[in-house]
Design a protein around this ligand. Structure first.
Ligand code: GDP
Ligand code: K
Ligand code: MG
Length: 297
């Protein structure tokens, strides 16, 4: 994975049926459709990953923010709010064909506590007369300051590339978080990554700081008995890489053996673990974001 120009996390929020999944399908492609309606958990969920040569946008959902009747309570709302203040920007999607409703008010109330830039996206403009647009925009603007306002049709793709490019422009320069071909989140990848990271920290003590990250590039069944797991440990300096590899590769081998046992226990399968170590200097800045997003278990 090479370093990308702009990368970051975008929370996409809006009441049910405003067109969030349709939008992600439009910008990311068909593959995403299979996971769009999974049950919500308390964990922030990756809805889709948009990757080009110079951009990676990770769209996430924050369950607590748009559930007025949720019985999960304050914890959900609190964790959603803290996430919204960690992402690079928030996309608030509304429906051009419906009046602002209770669900929207619920979200707006919470967005008032958010400091990150908020994009107001008015979807389904293919179904309204252009003259109606200004009134809709005003009805939201009177409650909240928006960084930008985009009328779109997620279904027809109208103004979607423009919105994606505006989003890219607010993203900081940073590393690519996920492989090019990954469009969704597989929780076992992150858990496998954490199990490897745990061994790294255990075995190196203070020599390798906590800024170490692990990206699991692939979990794939090779045959009936074995699953292949390929992962990269990312450090900030080449001295740290040296420590992790160790004399004659001894340290990396120990990390691998221990992590393999942990991952086997998690997956209930024999695995073949391939580990690499890579230096990526600007990783640390982004690590806080990942933790905020719930990837540190
Ligand atoms: P979500 O619940 O926010 O993910 O909404 P969906 O993406 O599932 O969309 C809900 C419904 O609205 C579906 O029937 C979509 O086809 C429809 N829809 C989404 N975007 C548009 C749009 O831009 N124009 C029109 N006419 N319909 C749309
Ligand atoms: K839906
Ligand atoms: Mg959806």
């Amino acid at each position: 994975m090479q370093t990308k120009k702009h990368s970051g996390f975008i929370a996409i929020i809006g009441r049910p049926n405003v067109g969030k999944s349709t939008f992600l399908n439009q910008v990311i492609g068909e593959k995403i459709a299979i996971m769009s309606d999974k049950a919500q958990t308390t964990r922030n969920k990756i809805q889709g990953i948009y990757t080009t040569d110079d951009t990676q946008i990770v769209f996430i959902d924050t369950p607590g923010i748009h559930k007025p009747h949720s019985r999960l309570g304050d914890f959900m709302v609190e964790s959603a709010l803290s996430t919204l203040n960690e992402v690079d920007a928030v996309v608030f999607m509304v429906n051009a064909t419906e009046k602002k409703g209770r669900g929207d008010e619920f979200i707006i109330k919470r967005l008032k506590q958010v400091k990150q830039p908020i994009f107001l996206v008015i979807n389904k403009i293919d179904k309204i007369h252009p003259d109606a647009l200004l009134g809709i925009v005003d009805s939201y603007r009177k409650d909240l300051d928006f960084a930008e306002v985009y009328p779109i049709s997620a279904l027809q793709g109208i103004n979607c590339p423009e919105l994606v490019s505006a989003i890219s422009n607010v993203l900081p320069e940073g590393p690519q978080f996920y492989p090019d071909d990954q469009v969704t989140d597989h929780p076992e990848r992150f858990i496998a990554g954490e199990l490897i990271r745990e061994q790294v920290l255990d075995l190196t003590h203070e020599e390798v700081p906590h800024s170490v990250a692990v990206i699991v590039e692939r979990i794939r069944r090779e045959n009936e008995e074995k699953v292949l797991v390929q992962a990269t440990i990312i450090v900030e300096r080449s001295s740290q890489k040296g420590i992790l590899i160790g004399k004659g590769g001894k340290m990396l081998k120990t990390i691998g053996t221990r992590a393999r046992k942990e991952i086997e226990a998690m997956l209930g399968d024999k695995i073949y673990l391939e580990l690499w170590v890579k230096v990526q200097p600007n990783w640390k800045d982004k690590k806080a974001d990942l933790q905020a997003l719930g990837y540190k278990q």
